[in-house]
Design a protein around this ligand. Structure first.
Ligand code: UDP
Ligand code: MG
Length: 326
């Protein structure tokens, strides 16, 4: 049996070495508990512009269990995880973040949930197809749902998505069966966070605590900063944007066209001068607001494409989209 650990990596130079070392240690521990299990790490570099790629290459050269997949731009965490699914060969696939908050031993713990009580000598068998790990306790306190988590909770109920949304999943494990079903789905823009529920396997939940408190993490990051000179790359003051796909652009264009049409209706209502049009006028105002917003977005995407750079008044930050798009 093989375990694949998929790590999406975007500008993680500060913690990457430490996290990789921890995960490798964890996987070795897993192997000593289950001698019949081999492992691999698939690190998907999501267009990092810091030293992440050097660090990954160095580790991949040292440890042949690590494979690196490089994106040519930033496509976002979901896309990185999906690419990881394509490359992972494991019978069990674990998705984790490059994250110092996960406690040591988390990989063995979640793997044990998947295979249940396996005797050391025999080949472990899949008992549970999906396990979600929630890092619920930080500083000994239970994590409170954020607004976006509440909204997701609400949306999963409204749209009848299977399962309860407990909160943010910090680590998850899938059997090969689940991975194959997810890979076979024809959607081009896969959103794992809901699709993995939708495929219909039973889900087990693992609630765990972070290893460090928030203050300890702060301290650790400071420490890492001070001894991180070997790789640290000063990042340009650029706000990297996740690459939009052409569908998103098409939607915003369609929205713009509809808004123009609505504006036309509004003007027609005003010109005919009837009080009955009060509601239409109100709607018209709303449409104008939407028009302005969508127009701005559209204009911005045109500018990003044509000019490549947008400066913000009063702020130093700018997009240099050409290097991201190509
Ligand atoms: N990540 C990525 N692409 C992005 C943003 C994040 O690959 O555009 C990676 C990041 O390196 C980390 C993981 O996704 O390993 C989670 O990132 P983060 O902690 O920022 O997000 P969250 O924990 O909120 O999902
Ligand atoms: Mg995170």
């Amino acid at each position: 049996m093989k375990v694949s650990l998929i790590l999406p990596v975007y500008n993680e130079q500060l913690v990457l070495e430490e996290v990789l070392a921890r995960y490798v240690k964890d996987l070795k521990q897993l192997k000593s508990a289950f001698p019949k299990v081999s492992y691999e790490i698939v690190a998907v570099n999501d267009g990092s512009n810091d030293a992440s790629s050097e660090i990954l290459n160095k580790y991949a050269a040292l440890n042949k269990c690590i494979r690196v997949v490089n994106f040519d731009g930033r496509f976002g965490k979901q896309a990185a995880q999906i690419a990881g699914f394509e490359y992972a060969k494991g019978d069990v696939v674990i998705l984790a973040d490059v994250d110092l908050l996960n406690p040591e031993g988390i990989l063995s713990t979640i793997f044990s949930r998947v295979v249940g009580e396996a005797s050391n000598e025999s080949e472990p068998k899949i008992q549970q197809n999906i396990v979600y790990g929630y890092r619920e306790f930080i500083d000994g306190e239970r994590h409170k749902q954020t607004f976006s988590e509440k909204m997701t909770n609400f949306a999963t109920k409204v749209f009848g998505i299977d399962g309860n949304f407990v909160g943010k999943v910090n680590i998850s494990a899938f059997s090969r069966d689940v991975v194959d079903v997810l890979k076979a789905l024809p959607e081009r823009n896969k959103y794992m966070r809901t699709m993995d529920r939708w495929v219909g396997f039973e889900i087990d939940t693992l609630i765990y605590a972070s290893e460090y408190s928030k203050a300890e993490i702060e301290k650790k990051v400071q420490e890492l900063k001070s001894r991180h000179s070997a790789y640290a790359v000063e990042l340009a003051p650029r706000r990297d944007k996740v690459r939009e796909n052409s569908e998103t652009k098409l939607y915003s264009l369609a929205f713009l066209v509809c808004s123009f049409f609505a504006l036309f209706m509004f003007i027609a209502g005003v010109i005919s001068g009837k009080l009955d049009f009060a509601i239409i006028m109100l709607l018209g105002i709303l449409y104008v607001a939407l028009l302005m917003v969508s127009g701005m977005f559209y204009l911005r995407s045109v500018l990003l494409k044509r000019v490549g750079v947008i400066y913000y008044w009063g702020k130093k930050s700018f997009y240099n989209i050409k290097s991201i798009l190509n």
